[in-house]
Design a protein around this ligand. Structure first.
Ligand code: ZN
Length: 657
């Protein structure tokens, strides 16, 4: 498939835009590597039903009911039927009946009467009744779950003053209160020989006959039948692994899936974090805890990826020159590292997404989560270039830049260099920015407290911004043009001053630390260059004749000098642990939102009609065989439609436990 003909954007419904990602360089992998990926991909797809069940007690039963109604085409053509199809699309996307991001229960727009009538027509054998349950009882509980707005209203509810366990609709706990959960795990930790385990990570906590009990997720336990399928494909993958370390990692993971022992999980994580030699890597298990109000239970997720060798070469060049960058930065000498080591960020291509990473997914991963393992054994960090690329390609032509960029010349610059400088900025941020500089002796690393994250991100971003305009990047062959940095400078300032506000609701403030850091840098730079009008906010008529606000950068070289000043100052604050200055900067520039500008940005964004949430349709692998039935290749197909893929997964990767 040629570069131009690949369709990155696919269907759209409600607030969701579906995209496709391309497996760049997959064809040049060896057959063995492809088969390794194939087996790991099967293991990734098998976990889907676990995620559905974790996200809500009735999710799998509801999914089955909706799929059966659609398959039987009951009252097809009616408004009710179309509304139910839309609802099913949303349920597939969210792995359940709650919005994947907002956590609120979806509001159905089909009638309860239609739903109940349709279920009776479908009949019991197509549904997923519990043992001893009658059809009437089944219909009653599914109806209540879908239509009663107060029942299981929010997947995760962390509101103050409520029992965050009882009020969260996820399926990690049964009949237990927040106080009981906290007490249970407090005791568990106190009595455990190894207090560093991730207590509660892989179990449902239930109350049976008044006793609290963990139902552990492992072979022979809860989700056991599904886990057996995962283990089957992991075992198959072993014979195609690239090296001995990978084989050992998979064996350790299988042991963990078999025993359910958290000590086994730690052994696996430690082995995993040390393996760097192979090109293919994967995550498969109970990992992130955001879906539990108490942050204990890991949602099931899977991803398979392989190194993007070209991009990794780029980060290697940067890493190798880390000392040069440190020595030449505008930071005061006493805050610089005498010996600095760059980090080679692994840039990877996703090959398959599953569970909590599908269809909505992260674009970077940094694991393991256990702090003690990170401290003693390190962590692995990857950025996923083919997903970022798909986002960028899908954004082209959506009208966003045309709406917010001031003129054709700037727009052309961004179109020519924007993607390239974005990647490079991320590399500089990750490979050098976070690792640069040093704390003065005696400075408490936590001195900046709640402002620490924002200042740290600002430091890394400024390091990247400062060097983006440096001739060194051309000398190293990383940038071809001396003008390219202007694309990055313009979009960075436009984002920080204006367009990132599209992600914030009216009358809210900026809370997330990356967003705070971008606002901090952009607004501070604006203020600092105000007298000389380095950056201006100008009003001019847009294409539609209305007055609109635009960012205008009058002097790019002066802006670079402002970034240099900011970098030096932010590093000083960090090195000295100057809490008061950190607080002043973040409070002055990073948090508050100008209501008038915010309103304008939101309304301009709204007219573009861009779906705020995106997710991915997976590719489909097929084994190619010769006349002797020997496997000769693994083919990648990108044509499967969203609903077809979801229905196929529900059929092929389901045990309906
Ligand atoms: Zn960062």
């Amino acid at each position: 498939m040629s570069n131009n003909s690949f369709e990155y954007s696919s269907e759209r419904f409600d607030d969701i835009q579906l995209l496709r990602y391309r497996l760049d360089g997959f064809e040049s992998l060896s057959l063995k590597q492809k088969l390794y990926i194939y087996c790991l991909a099967e293991a990734t797809l098998w976990g889907r039903d676990i995620t559905f069940d974790q996200f809500g007690k009735y999710n799998l039963r509801i999914r089955r009911a909706l799929e059966a109604i659609v398959e039987a085409k009951i009252e097809q053509g009616s408004d009710d039927f179309s509304a139910l199809v839309l609802y099913l699309n949303k349920v597939w996307f969210a792995n359940g009946i709650h919005h994947h991001y907002a956590m609120d229960k979806f509001v159905p727009t089909f009638s309860q009467a239609f739903f109940e009538r349709a279920l009776r027509t479908v009949g019991t054998e197509k549904l997923c009744l519990s043992e001893g349950e009658t059809l009437d009882e089944h219909i009653k509980i599914l109806s209540k779950t879908i239509f009663d707005p107060s029942f299981l209203a929010k997947r995760v509810n962390k509101a103050e003053g409520v029992d965050i366990i009882c009020e969260s609709a996820n399926n990690y706990y049964e009949d237990v209160s927040q106080a009981e959960v906290e007490q249970y795990y407090k005791e568990k930790k106190e009595t455990a020989a190894d207090k560093r385990l991730s207590f509660g990570l892989n179990s449902t906590l239930v109350k049976r006959d008044g006793e609290l009990k963990e139902e552990v997720w492992h072979v022979g336990g809860r989700y056991g039948r599904t886990i057996e399928h995962i283990v089957y494909w992991l075992e198959k993958a072993i014979s195609y692994a690239e090296n001995e370390a990978q084989k050992e990692i998979i064996r350790l993971l299988i042991t963990y899936y078999t025993t359910g022992s958290l000590a086994d999980f730690d052994k696996y994580s430690i082995a995993w974090v040390k393996e760097h030699a192979g090109q293919v890597d994967f995550i498969n298990g109970f990992i992130e805890v955001y879906g539990d109000a108490l942050g204990l239970k890991g949602s099931w997720e899977g991803i398979v990826h392989y190194k993007n060798l070209e991009a990794t070469q780029r980060t290697q060049i940067i890493s190798k020159n880390a000392q040069w960058f440190e020595d030449h930065s505008p930071v005061a000498p006493q805050f610089k590292k005498a010996v600095v080591k760059g980090v080679t960020a692994n840039v990877v291509c996703a090959a398959m997404l599953g569970g909590d990473e599908y269809p909505s997914t992260a674009i970077g991963i940094n694991l393991p989560n256990a702090d003690w393992i990170r401290a003693e054994h390190g962590s692995k960090s990857v950025t996923i270039s083919n997903l970022t690329h798909a986002y960028a390609m899908a954004a082209k032509g959506n009208g966003f830049l045309k709406e917010f960029v001031i003129d054709a010349e700037t727009l052309a610059q961004i179109e020519a260099y924007g993607d390239k400088t974005d990647d490079l900025h991320t590399d500089l941020h990750e490979c050098l920015g976070h690792g640069s500089g040093k704390l003065l002796e005696g400075t408490d690393p936590d001195a900046l407290k709640n402002y620490g994250n924002t200042i740290e991100e600002a430091r890394a971003d400024l390091f990247g911004l400062y060097y983006m305009a440096d001739a060194k990047l051309q000398e190293l062959g990383l940038l071809q043009s001396a003008e390219a940095y202007k694309a990055q400078y313009y979009t960075y300032i436009m984002n920080g001053l204006m367009t990132q506000l599209v992600r914030i609701r009216l009358e809210k403030q900026i809370e997330e630390s990356h967003m705070q850091n971008r606002a901090l840098i952009a607004r501070w730079a604006y203020d600092r260059g105000k007298a000389a009008s380095v950056i201006a906010l100008v009003k001019q008529k847009g294409d539609d004749g209305t007055e609109k606000t635009f960012v205008k950068i009058n002097d790019y070289e002066a802006l670079r000098q402002i970034f240099a000043y900011q970098l030096a100052e932010i590093q000083r604050i960090k090195s000295e642990g100057d809490f008061a200055s950190a607080r002043n900067l973040v409070e002055q520039y990073g948090i508050k939102v100008d209501g008038t500008l915010h309103k304008e940005v939101l309304s301009r964004y709204e007219t573009l009609n861009i779906a705020p949430y995106k997710g991915f349709i997976n590719p489909r692998f097929t084994l190619v065989r010769d006349a002797n039935n020997e496997i000769t290749d693994v083919e990648v197909d990108y044509t499967e439609a969203y609903a077809a893929q979801m229905k196929r997964y529900s059929t092929e990767y389901s045990t309906q436990e």
